[in-house]
Design a protein around this ligand. Structure first.
Ligand SMILES: CC(C)(COP(=O)(O)OP(=O)(O)OC[C@H]1O[C@@H](n2cnc3c(N)ncnc32)[C@H](O)[C@@H]1OP(=O)(O)O)[C@@H](O)C(=O)NCCC(=O)NCCS
Length: 162
């Protein structure tokens, strides 16, 4: 498994992920098709201090998902937030996510500009919670997060890069 920069050729991947009810179950639900261009554009042209990567996996070296560290806001301050999504079916439940998170964390750490990475994971999103703990994130307490207008009770996870 490896990461490569997200490109214009990955538009189908964003559409497949964002509009899938199972992938989006803990992220506010399937997005309407109309939201896809905006999400794709942001991934294509990230701001400074943002990383969007396509996860490519064996055996066919095809895209399996997207992992990102992006600028977000928490408690009135700007933070770096982790997000990861894998295509449903054969790409999930093979331990891909932890490897992808470790790789993007190393990229962010090497940049030297981000002290902490945050993740907000639905309390019933068991797989994502396991991945966060396995990759060194520490639980910082429950909180309520708004995912595209849908309130979700989450655990706030923090990875200290200092
Ligand atoms: C969260 C996600 C990235 C995890 O990726 P993954 O590579 O499938 O995860 P893993 O295979 O490493 O599984 C992690 C653990 O969760 C378990 N698990 C995986 N899918 C599960 C599911 N649907 N329900 C319950 N447990 C699950 C696995 O058994 C594994 O535990 P184990 O190693 O002790 O057996 C993936 O499920 C996904 O894309 N979900 C939809 C998007 C999402 O919710 N992203 C997180 C947003 S913060």
């Amino acid at each position: 498994m490896r990461l490569r920069p997200y490109t214009d050729a990955d538009r189908w991947l964003t559409e497949a992920l964002e509009t899938d009810p199972e992938v989006m179950r803990h992220l506010g639900g399937a997005a309407p098709l109309a939201r896809v261009p905006k999400v794709h554009e942001r991934r294509l042209a990230p701001g400074g201090g943002e990383w969007y990567r396509t996860i490519v996996s064996a055996p066919d070296d095809a895209p399996a998902g997207v992992v990102a560290v992006f600028r977000s806001e928490w408690g009135g301050a700007e933070i770096a937030e982790l997000g990861i999504m894998l295509l449903p079916g054969v790409r999930q439940r093979h331990g891909l996510a932890a490897g992808a998170v470790r790789l993007i964390v190393e990229e962010v750490r090497a940049a030297g500009s981000v002290p902490h990475i945050h993740a907000f994971i639905g309390l019933d999103n068991a797989a994502a919670g396991v991945v966060a703990r396995r990759t060194g994130f520490v639980a910082a307490g429950p909180c309520d997060v708004d995912y595209e207008g849908v309130p979700i009770r989450c655990e706030h996870w923090v990875l200290d890069l200092r």
